[in-house]
Structures are given as C-alpha cells and as structure tokens.
Design a binder for this molecule. Structure first.
Ligand SMILES: [Zn+2]
Length: 239
C-alpha cells in the first residue's frame, strides 16, 4: 500500500473511533431521560392515588354527616309516632320512618365501602412511595455511573483528537479534502480494500485492467462506482 494511503487509512480508523465515541455520548442523556420519565410516571400514579384518597375521605365525611342528621330526624319521627291521632297520619309517618331507615342503611353501606377502599388505597400509596424511592435511587445511581462514563469518553475523545491532528498533518491537503468530502458522503469509509476484484466499499466488481494497475501500486486509484480509495488485498497463499 502506498504510504500516503496508509496515513489516510490510519486517519479513517481514528475518525471511525471518534464517530463511535460521539454516538456513545448520546446514550447518557437518553438513558437519563428514560429514567426521569419513569420517575415522573410513578410520581403521577402516586398523586392520582392521593387524590382518590382525599375525595373518598371527603365523601365519607359528607355521608357521615348526613347519617348523623338523618338519625336525629329518625329519632324525632319515632317519638312523634306515639302522639299521632289519625291512622292516615300514622301510616304516613311510618312510611317516612321506613324511608329514612332505608336511606340510612344505604349510607352505612357506603361508609363501610369507603373505609375498605381507603384502607386499600393507603396500602397502595405505601407501595407506590416505595416504588418512587426505588426509581429515584436508581436515577441517582445511574446518573453518577453515566457521569463517570461521560468523563471517560471525554478523555478518550481528547486523546483521539490529538492523535488525529498528528496523523492529519501527514496527509497531503488535496488527498485530505477528497477524503473529507467522501467521508461525509460515505458514512466514514473512504479507504477500502479490493479483494478478488471486488470493491470492499460498494461490493461492485472493478474492471480487471484497473485491478492490474492497482497491483502495480504506483499511484492512488479510486473505485469507478463509489469513488473510494482502493488498495489491493492479496491473500497470503496467492502472494
Ligand atoms: Zn466501490
């Protein structure tokens, strides 16, 4: 391989590493966002349970008040029964008493149901609080891990950038600008091997004449299909 191509190949390898590191930089904020979203969801669920609890408690107090008032009314009506003269009035009052009793039975049932539900929700709230704490601890733990990883990546990137500058200085400017142009168009891979007459970049056959010229290694050749820089890869058995 021609030395200028060797330098370019080295530059390509560094650029690929840099690209991979830059991609890995994206992971930490994405992961943190996922965790924070999960945390928000759990907090939202906890809030819903608390809201449900307070509306149940409010409703329970309301019904308890009603029950107290209606129990008083029932007592008064029952007292009144003995002083009633006509059968018609008596029956009407009996009917009223019956209705109050029925309504109060309904109120008692509702209070019981509310108490059962309140008890269950209190348990759910405790569970949910634990879940929120767990997620918060996980966020905290992962954040410090991710910060560490990001720091590592930064120093890796710094070292690579320095190395890249050194290698870049060894590449001819015209070759370098062609490389950069192709690198951005061909997702990083610009210098490729040709094996058994096939371009390692685009997998197309290159003309046999070009392959023969490539073997002479007297200048830099490019693939007629994808324009990448070529070098011949010769199997050891054939060499
Ligand atoms: Zn090609």
């Amino acid at each position: 391989m021609r030395p200028e191509l060797e330098n370019l190949l080295q530059l390509q390898e560094i650029d690929m590493e840099i690209l991979a590191i830059k991609k890995r930089f994206l992971y930490a904020p994405e992961r943190l966002k996922t965790l924070k979203d999960a945390n928000e969801t759990k907090k939202g669920e906890l809030q819903e349970l608390k809201d449900r609890l307070s509306s149940l408690q409010e409703r329970k107090f309301e019904v308890e008040d009603e029950l107290e008032i209606e129990t008083e009314r029932l007592k008064k009506s029952q007292k009144k029964l003995s002083s009633i003269k006509t059968e018609r009035e008596y029956n009407a009052l009996l009917k009223e008493i019956d209705e109050i009793k029925k309504a109060n039975k309904g109120r008692e049932d509702e209070i019981l149901e509310a108490e059962e539900e309140i008890e269950a929700i209190l348990k759910d709230i405790e569970e949910k609080k634990k879940e929120v704490q767990e997620v918060e601890a996980q966020v905290k733990h992962e954040k410090s891990e991710l910060d560490k990883k990001t720091k590592d990546l930064s120093s890796q990137l710094e070292a690579l950038t320095e190395k890249r500058a050194e290698v870049e200085a060894t590449v001819q400017p015209t070759l370098l600008s062609k490389y950069i142009f192709l690198r951005d168009k061909r997702s990083g891979i610009v210098v490729v091997s040709v094996k058994e007459g096939v371009c390692g970049g685009c997998n197309m056959n290159i003309p046999p004449q070009l392959f023969n010229e490539l073997l002479r290694d007297d200048k830099i050749y490019t693939c007629p299909t994808c324009q990448r820089f070529l070098y011949a890869l010769i199997e050891k058995d054939n060499a």
